[in-house]
Ligand binder design. Sequence first.
Ligand SMILES: *Cc1c(COP(=O)(O)O)cnc(C)c1O
Length: 379
Amino acid sequence: MKKRLFTPGPTPVPENVMLRMAAPIIHHRNPEFMEILTRVHEDLKYLFRTTQPVVVLSCSGTGGMEATISSIFKSGDKVITINAGKFGERWGELARTFTGNCVEEKVDWGTAIQPDRLLELLKEHPDAKGVCLTHSETSTGTAADIQTLSALIREHSEALVLVDGITAVGAHEFHFDDWGVDICITGSQKGLMMPPGLALVAISERAQDIINGQSGKTQYYLSLKKALKAHAGDDTPFTPAVSLVIGLDEALQMIKEEGIENIWKRHESLAGACRQGCNALGMKLFSNSPSFAVTPVWLPEGVKWSAFNKALKINNGITVAAGQDDYKDKIFRIAHLGFYDELDMLTVIGGLERALSEINFDFEIGVGVSAVQKAFLGK
Ligand SMILES: *Cc1c(COP(=O)(O)O)cnc(C)c1O
């Protein structure tokens, strides 16, 4: 049985990326590696739509978030965070850890922060030094309108715009420079079609000025100040995860070849077909502002997560993600982020049908697959 991953990180890794990483290790001060890192730095600008530096950190996505908060803010700085799920909550935990002054706005799971509410927060807290947003909240499969939110912050506040783009970059349209974003983070194991282990952080000019003006005494390894200094010479402050950087070089060539606009369109189309397949099976969708990276679905009444997941995983080799926290046994999440195509959506919806049938859920076999076919074939 083939094992198939439909989780929002790690995501499947293409064969050519794996093969590049399997080559004998090279030294990170070799000209050969320096050339690769220089190209990766350049191509990351293409990915984020920016002319500003995008630094490569050897850590998972959360390390990029921690480096951001600890390198930009001082103790006591007021930071507004939007908690619409697990990852927005993480922004709050980090802000409380490093500044001790966090204004956390809770938003119902499955919905995104509304611009009017953010405007109220900005007016209530004119002294805020930063606003932390999540573009695609992976725990709830919900996308926020970063373009509008960022414009609002730029217009009404001096606060920096910090975006967790970990499951959005490479799935949702995003323009770092044009949208006035100050920080955007992604992780290698999400839209980049890579194994876990790298965080990529894009840093605006105003954020660079602030970072370079800080003492740098509240962090050591996860330091954007050190990373920026090294980046200026197309270098890294410590031994980078050499194999992963080489894999990233390959993945970025694939991304450039397909074209970032086409990649955004592909994700929108995969997500749309996935939702139609689930709808056709009589399953209710969870989010009112669905992400293009991951589709959250209510478990049908009477279907137990443990039995459903067992049928999917053990009998059919398909791994999807469970719900988190209050939604643990209530929803599940299907990812279509990174290295996925149209036939993958037929596979996952076909897999759902097999699992539902095995646990005797009542539905007409083939309706989900048929809906996916129709979505793609426009019939
Ligand atoms: C996966 C994810 C993270 C955390 O990244 P790690 O690589 O697990 O540290 C943060 N934010 C979002 C939106 C994510 O999807």
